[in-house]
Design a protein. Structure first.
Length: 358
């Protein structure tokens, strides 16, 4: 009788390896572990004011080609070392893409970009990519979208975002309360701060919710709360990276009794989804930092080897190497200029800042 009332719209239930099994296939290395621990510690110290450098979260809108992604990571690791005295660089490694209606949902969901949805393969390859990036000495940042995925690769992440479409979700706030990284909540797509601020408050408290454990068994997850939640300004109906918007965000955080930590997304609505405008947004943010802003903890930049973006083609050989298949990105050459110029402009500012005790 149950077949008449259950799973009426479900075509199949394929077994998924447990988090432990995937981790055994792609185990942590000593070098990767060291990078994760250093990355999390450094990001936390920046948010607490103990490290005077701004955080630069830089990388592709999404990872779709691990070869090109690692090529980019090697370049970014070298550049990160060059600017390390002034900037803390973390690579943006996004595997899961929220869609307004339909579309490619990201590397883990569909690693071959052909609607075969080889999620088991995508999860293992995604974990391997994160390990490879960390083994370069480059910490990684990602967006937490699927509430189960962090069990598979969360041990390789140093900073996590909760997106504009999910900041209001109870499921994602509960998940954020248990993540081992600092978590940035993006403002709503309309520009409203309410969802992000309420998300930070909610995630700072303990929660109990359903999830899975290392063995892949259903479990009640009980969290202590995440004390390092903060706002990511990504724009809305208008950009919100300007000094007035930052000051309004500061006041909203103060009213809510929260630490005044703000990451500014140079992409998305802040650049009108025009990648070529990201350098102008960054210059404005750097100017605010030089003028003495204490609340801006860092920025996010969407960047890849080639500028722009491209459609996903059936014939992959016809696709441009190192070019985004989701949002448009600035090129590697532009990225290098942006980071070097920012490091030069902020060197004296960072040197003058007096770290507070964490």
């Amino acid at each position: 009788m149950t077949t008449q009332i259950e799973n009426l719209n479900v075509l199949g239930l394929d077994a998924m390896p447990s988090p432990r099994e995937i981790k055994q296939r792609v185990p942590l290395s000593e070098r990767a572990t060291s990078t994760v621990l250093r990355g999390r510690r450094t990001v936390s110290q920046i948010l607490l004011g103990a490290d005077p450098r701004p955080l630069f979260i830089v990388g592709p809108c999404s990872i779709h080609d691990p070869k090109a992604g690692l090529d980019y990571a090697e370049r970014l690791a070298a550049l990160a070392a060059d600017v390390a005295d002034t900037l803390c660089v973390v690579m943006r490694v996004y595997f899961e893409k929220p869609r307004t209606t339909t579309g490619w949902k990201g590397f883990i969901n569909d690693p071959h970009m052909n609607d075969t949805f080889c999620i088991e393969e995508g999860m293992a390859l995604g974990r391997q990519f994160l390990r490879d990036v960390n083994e370069l000495g480059l910490p990684a940042a990602t967006e937490a979208l699927d509430p189960i995925s962090p069990q598979y690769y969360g041990d390789l992440v140093s900073w996590t975002a909760i997106g504009a479409r999910t900041a209001e979700s109870q499921t994602h706030r509960e998940m954020a309360s248990g993540l081992s990284t600092p978590v940035g909540f993006k403002n709503g797509t309309d520009g409203s701060l309410d969802a992000a601020i309420n998300g930070i408050i909610s995630a700072s408290h303990p929660h109990s919710f359903l999830g899975i454990n290392e063995q892949g068994e259903a479990a009640i997850i009980r969290t202590r709360g995440n004390a390092l939640g903060h706002v990511v300004l990504r724009g809305g109906e208008r950009p919100n990276y300007d000094s007035v918007s930052v000051q309004l965000t500061e006041k909203a955080l103060e009213k809510a009794g929260l630490r005044q930590n703000i990451i500014i997304d140079c992409s998305h609505a802040n650049s009108g989804k025009k990648a070529e405008r990201q350098p102008a947004v960054l210059r404005d943010v750097v100017h605010q930092l030089r003028d003495g802003s204490q609340s801006i903890a860092g920025v996010m930049i969407e960047s890849f080897i080639e500028a722009g973006n491209q459609a996903i083609l059936t014939d992959r050989s016809q696709m441009k190497y190192g070019c985004s298949v989701t949002d448009a990105c600035v090129s590697w050459e532009q990225t290098r200029t942006m980071l070097l110029d920012s490091a030069e402009a902020l060197a004296s500012t960072v040197a003058r800042r007096k770290p507070v005790a964490a």
